[in-house]
Design a protein around this ligand. Structure first.
Ligand code: AKG
Length: 217
């Protein structure tokens, strides 16, 4: 294991920002664990590689994705769904490391959700220019459980709207170590990521990494 000397030095301040009812931005909540999490992510992606999935409409997503946990989120021409096996390797998705799990449930608790038991961690890798269009996370069965989203590496602008795609959007700059939790009245809001700008991060190079934790069932 290697440790990044910067990790325990310039810790940015922790903070909690209210985004909407049921939605908070926890500044720097994952910062201290970032180096370890990214190392564990590299082991996961060695077993279940990042890939550009296809939407049911036939578009290749600009974001590269993989998963860990008991289930993984996938999309192809047949639709959006959770699977217990990686369709590329045919193996089970890599196990969710305990560090990931603990951080996700701690963040959920900080956001006001103390029953969260994630069984999915969708890992999104954004190269420069990659984006995620406005969408709702609605492939889960229990909307009482929140979504917990960790950001690492290059910054990006998170758009957070309402129950309609056309609703007014709030924008928040997400930087390395930030965590967003949304549930309750905000669980099904439209959200997305604007194209990632050029940059070079000391831990992720020319990428932004996002991990969203979900309770699928
Ligand atoms: O990359 C992000 O911050 C958001 C990811 C997201 O919206 C999703 O995985 O559904």
């Amino acid at each position: 294991m290697t440790f990044d000397l910067f990790e325990n030095q310039e810790l940015p301040p922790l903070g909690k920002e209210h985004l909407a009812p049921g939605a908070v931005l926890l500044r720097a909540f994952a910062y201290a664990d970032a180096a370890l999490i990214l190392e564990q992510m590299a082991l996961i992606s060695a077993r279940s590689p990042f890939r550009h999935m296809t939407t049911p409409g036939g578009y290749d997503m600009s974001v590269a994705m993989t998963n860990c946990g008991n289930y993984g989120w996938v999309t192809d021409r047949r639709g959006y769904r959770y699977t217990d096996r990686d369709p590329i390797t045919q193996n089970c998705w890599p196990e969710m490391p305990n560090t990931f799990y603990q951080l996700a449930i701690n963040a959920a608790r900080e956001g006001g959700f103390d029953q969260f038991q994630p069984d999915v961690c969708l890992i999104n890798r954004y190269a420069v220019g990659a984006k995620m269009s406005l969408h709702q996370d609605k492939d889960e069965t229990d909307f009482a459980q929140p979504i917990v989203s960790l950001s690492f590496g290059l910054p990006a602008i998170f758009q957070f709207g309402g129950m309609l795609r056309s609703d007014t959007l709030k924008k928040a700059l997400l930087t390395h170590g930030d965590v967003v939790v949304w549930g309750g009245d905000s669980r099904l809001v439209y959200h997305g990521i604007l194209p990632v700008k050029d940059g070079d991060h000391r831990l992720t190079g020319p990428y932004r990494i996002n991990m969203t934790f979900r309770q699928s069932g």
